[in-house]
Design a protein around this ligand. Sequence first.
Ligand SMILES: [Zn+2]
Length: 79
Amino acid sequence: MRSFAAAETHFCIVPSGSPPSVDGLAISEPKYLECDECGARVRIDPADQTQTTIDNLPHDRGCSQRDVTSRYFAETFVR
Ligand SMILES: [Zn+2]
């Protein structure tokens, strides 16, 4: 099983880019998880929610990263 953190997978964490007054996140705080291959992105949950995982990424039908496990994501962001 491939891991989110494995070298052959390509995802990026997109920072908020806006001040806390806009979305409650600091400019450098992670806001989206994005698939480098098809550009699918999903909003990362705030600290008090754990609903979103990499499994929620709306990948394109042909994206090779559709099956990447969410283990790393969960361990990193689920508190
Ligand atoms: Zn994808």
